[in-house]
Ligand binder design. Sequence first.
Ligand code: NAD
Ligand code: SER
Length: 314
Amino acid sequence: MEETVLVTGAGGQIGSELVLALRKTYKQVIATDLKEPSGEMKEGEFMRLDVLYKNGLMDCVKRFKVTQIYHLAAILSATGEKNPELAWRINMKGLRNILDVCTEAGVKKLFFPSTMAVFGPTTPKVNTPQYTVMEPNTIYGISKQAGERWCDWYFQKKGLDVRSLRYPGLISYKTKAGGGTTDYAVDIFFEAVANKKYECFLKEDTILPMMYMPDAIRGTIALMEAPAEKITVRSGYNFSGISFSPKQLAEEIKKTIPEFTITYKPDFRQPIADSWPQSMDDSVAQHDWGWKPQYDLAKMSKDMLENVAKKNGL
Ligand code: NAD
Ligand code: SER
């Protein structure tokens, strides 16, 4: 069957790369966002769409006979702590609208991006298991954990083929990170290339799970293309790439830019980072649909530095 794919929040850090990857596989991929498209995304179908507006979503899904949705629109952790009401409304009501539109209009498959932020300070921090204590203490984490439960409920009760990943912090150069606690691991490359110094908003020894965007895009599409009978988790699969601290990342950057210096000025994002795992056990994803990352710290850093330099015309 020919698939028609809709992506919400398509102009963000993930969407701006995922849409282009999906367009290589599927003939019709409709990118949607509140903001106008930029760059290569302009070359395909685009609609302005607010996920809080269910009628608009429904019209679009019916008009294009959408068969799959990647629902990326959300407010991330740092912005969410500053505006909890907005984060709850977009992350929760937006998802409920999507879930209802899927079941009412017969959309077959849904991707929901969850996060390591569904875990909290009482969760085991190292190699966090797939099933464990989950007491998130950020609005972002609370909304994503509730989102996971809604996704599982729609699978159990309505038969919707929902698939989801607990992304770690994602690192990329095409579109800057959008208001999260892991954004330092993107900003550091841009500052290292442009100014050879960076002031980090997390402490030097704060270890967090991270992943390079090419791995994240490949894993996301692999999960969505896996046979349904292989999928045993309908809430969110633990999904792992690399774990490192700001100090370790700075040392890796110094191998290419020896003059690079880093200073530390922890802010309100430090307690958010402290509440998250340092690494996640993704053996269930490995077993079910064959997940395996390709980028380690050195390979990711080298590729980032080369591409950020190219972007800056160097
Ligand atoms: P982003 O902030 O870069 O992009 C989100 C996009 O959603 C933006 O383009 C924004 O304009 C759009 N948006 C906001 N409100 C909207 C609304 N009401 N209607 C339609 N669009 C709206 O986020 P991202 O980093 O691309 O993340 C995408 C998804 O992946 C999110 O659900 C996020 O929680 C999840 N995630 C991201 C990361 C990461 O490190 N980037 C990690 C874990 C999970
Ligand atoms: N990168 C995201 C954030 O920091 C994690 O979900 O909010």
